[in-house]
Design a protein around this ligand. Structure first.
Ligand SMILES: CC(C)(COP(=O)(O)OP(=O)(O)OC[C@H]1O[C@@H](n2cnc3c(N)ncnc32)[C@H](O)[C@@H]1OP(=O)(O)O)[C@@H](O)C(=O)NCCC(=O)NCCS
Length: 212
């Protein structure tokens, strides 16, 4: 399982990213409790203020290939809170069983960190994993009134289909196939950083195996 990777986002902000592990369940439960009703509704399309244990089980049931999640950590907060510090964002994709080259993406950025470019960090990390897993497009449903997510998907050149208050969006999962604009460039930058770090981690793991 890869270690945390340092990435640089918008405005030269520094973050750490790492894949979610099944053992992160408690961390995720705590982080979800801090989300506002607005954010929970935008992400899970529910007016409930708590997710059920079953829904949380599903969130953490990652497998490194078909269901992949990345956490974003704030290094300043981490230095203060230690390794048990809460993530500031979680992004995941789940491969479409009928079309394995497509995956459904969902992003959650904690309220206090929204509007600071963290979505591009999540998308960059997810794109790096998707590339090695053969996933070519990201899709997802969002509420029609979710202006931030709509604006993000539009910047990525997504096709948008509106139906009954929900928007179905689909865009390339390959950041190098996205439009030539600042949003895509930020995703490409994070994807390249994550790609390079994962490559280095794989090489050092295989050297360690050869030595043992
Ligand atoms: C939607 C969400 C993922 C965006 O993440 P973020 O880190 O806050 O967004 P960013 O700062 O990276 O900005 C993303 C885009 O939204 C736009 N945006 C941000 N806040 C906005 C707002 N209040 N209104 C309109 N657009 C907004 C930005 O201009 C940016 O567009 P650009 O990259 O084309 O310039 C985040 O706000 C969130 O988690 N919301 C609640 C859950 C949710 O809606 N999840 C998505 C459904 S799966």
């Amino acid at each position: 399982m890869p270690d945390s990777i340092a990435v640089t986002a918008d405005n030269h902000a520094h973050y750490l990213v790492r894949p979610l592990r099944r053992s992160d369940r408690r961390l995720i439960e705590q982080a979800l409790r801090l989300l506002s009703a607005r954010t929970l509704y935008a992400r899970f399309h529910t007016r409930r203020t708590r997710l059920s244990p079953r829904e949380i089980d599903y969130l953490v049931s990652t497998d490194d290939r078909d269901h992949v999640s990345w956490l974003v950590l704030d290094p300043v907060q981490r230095a203060h809170d230690g390794p048990g510090g809460l993530p500031i964002a979680l992004g995941r994709y789940v491969r479409d069983a009928e079309n394995p080259s497509r995956a459904e993406v969902a992003l959650t950025v904690c309220d206090h960190h929204q509007g600071r470019g963290v979505s591009k960090v999540l998308l960059g990390a997810l794109a790096a994993s998707a590339r090695t897993a053969g996933i070519e497009s990201f899709c997802g449903s969002l509420l029609a009134e979710n202006h931030a997510m709509r604006s993000l998907m539009q910047s990525l050149g997504a096709t948008l289909r509106v139906q009954d208050g929900t928007v179905w969006a689909e865009a390339s999962a390959d950041p190098w196939h996205l439009p030539d604009n600042g949003t895509a460039a930020r995703i490409r930058r994070v994807a390249a950083q994550v790609d390079a770090a994962l490559g280095a981690q794989r090489r050092s793991a295989s050297m360690a195996r050869m030595r043992s």
